[in-house]
Design a protein around this ligand. Sequence first.
Ligand code: ZN
Length: 138
Amino acid sequence: MSRLEYYRDYELNRRDKSKAAENQKLRYKKNPEKFRKDKREWNANNREIKRESDRKSYIKNRKKRLIKTWEKRGVISDDFSKLYDDYDKAWFCGICLTDFKNNFDKCLDHNHTTGEFREFLCRKCNAHDHWKKVLAEY
Ligand SMILES: [Zn+2]
């Protein structure tokens, strides 16, 4: 096999992620102990790569993870995908109108009785519910 062919093959294999996952599963089944040990060793020797791939999958799974969290907290929505898009676009608090400092600062407030989405809030406003009484007066 020429070098070029090798790289082409490698590239094709790399793109076929389901195949790679399948191979991993097979290797795990064959020898779970060794698989775990090898993985641990590889991670220890490739900290930078591991960190980078963790970061990528963290971003990639952000939507899924957030929606799951909302569901767990009792948020009810017909369209979580749209809710996430709105969340992604929100950049200031619906109560104090301050810009969100970061994503951690951005919270989704919902009615704990009905599960209905209310506002995107900063962490501070979300933690204090004094304003909820104010809103109730409207
Ligand atoms: Zn606020």
